[in-house]
Ligand binder design. Structure first.
Ligand code: SF4
Ligand code: SF4
Length: 297
């Protein structure tokens, strides 16, 4: 929304008013990427932010990020007053977006690193059988979400993990997990197991959609994350029949993949860089027309 330098102060003041506070402790430039970063830099937003720090409206300046490692490093290197950054990171995303290299690079430059999507939008909870079978091989038993969180807290470069919670049970589980967490608390065998789980998921899951919803609304009404979710689940659970049933019974006709017009409007918004318009006819062919899942995916 920032189109001119002064917009920075306009929106910050509006935010402070809405939050009913006179300052924000940790202030993020939202979702920087290859497109937004040069815009913010060239509009002089960083100078504006420094003034806001000087007059006390902001305590610490950081940025959240969805793009590749190269862009991430460029942003880190271009400005030496970042206090922190926020990246998508979990045991499935070690080479995706900023990834492990980005995490370690940011930490080496003295930034605190906030992790978002630690359990990949909930996808690492309730795993399919082959994954659960792997988790069951450990001596130390943990819930799958707990493994995902512990794997993050195990790393010294991770400062804070943001885990979305929608029930009190989840809050209690996460608090219990945090209580026994610590840097280098996972054994070598446990870390190797997480790698095997990652490999197994990659074998099972054809489309890396996290259901973040950034790609919607689609101008033609396609419910992109739901189509992908149904397709993925059919493959991961090896239940194509039940996936087709879900598609036909529970996904309204006006939200189905068949409505995709290949306009490409959604693709630039997808943090996972999924070629959505290429997938849609394939999704409908399998779920709507009963064609078999391609053997490769
Ligand atoms: S490419 Fe297809 S799914 Fe994406 S916005 Fe366009 S019509 Fe919708
Ligand atoms: S297709 Fe991409 S943007 Fe859309 S929900 Fe999935 S991950 Fe998010």
């Amino acid at each position: 929304m920032v189109k001119a330098s002064e917009d920075f102060d306009k929106y910050l003041d509006e935010q402070l008013e809405k939050l009913q506070t006179d300052h924000v402790d940790f202030y993020l430039l939202h979702g920087l990427n290859a497109e937004r970063w040069p815009q913010m830099r060239d509009l002089g937003v960083l100078k504006r932010a420094e003034h806001a720090i000087a007059d006390g409206r902001i305590r610490h300046l950081g940025f959240s990020f969805h793009d590749g490692l190269k862009v991430f490093k460029e942003i880190l290197d271009a400005y030496d007053k970042w206090t922190f950054c926020q990246i998508q990171y979990n045991y499935m995303d070690v080479q995706n977006q900023a990834g492990t290299q980005g995490l370690q690079y940011a930490a080496s430059k003295g930034l605190a690193v906030v992790v978002m999507e630690p359990i990949l939008g909930g996808r690492l909870v309730d795993p399919p059988r082959p994954i659960q079978d792997l988790w069951n091989t450990t001596a130390r038993k943990r819930a799958p979400a707990d493994w995902a969180l512990q794997w993050l807290w195990n790393q010294p470069e991770v400062s804070v993990v943001l885990s979305g919670m929608s029930t009190m049970d989840q809050v209690q589980e996460n608090v219990a997990s945090a209580d026994v967490s610590g840097v280098n608390t996972l054994t070598r065998e446990e870390l190797a197991l997480v790698e095997r789980v990652r490999d197994k998921y990659q074998e099972l899951c054809p489309i890396p959609c996290t259901k973040c919803g950034y790609c919607i609304p689609c101008p033609n009404g396609v419910n992109i994350p739901r189509n992908f979710e149904i397709y993925n689940e059919g493959k991961m659970y090896d239940k194509p029949g039940s996936a087709r049933e879900t598609y036909k019974m529970w996904l309204p006709e006006n939200e189905r993949a068949s409505l995709c017009q290949d306009c490409d409007e959604c693709e630039e918004k997808c943090p996972q860089s999924i070629p959505i318009s290429e997938w849609m006819p394939r999704v409908h062919a399998v779920l709507g027309e009963g064609q078999p899942y391609p053997s490769a995916n």
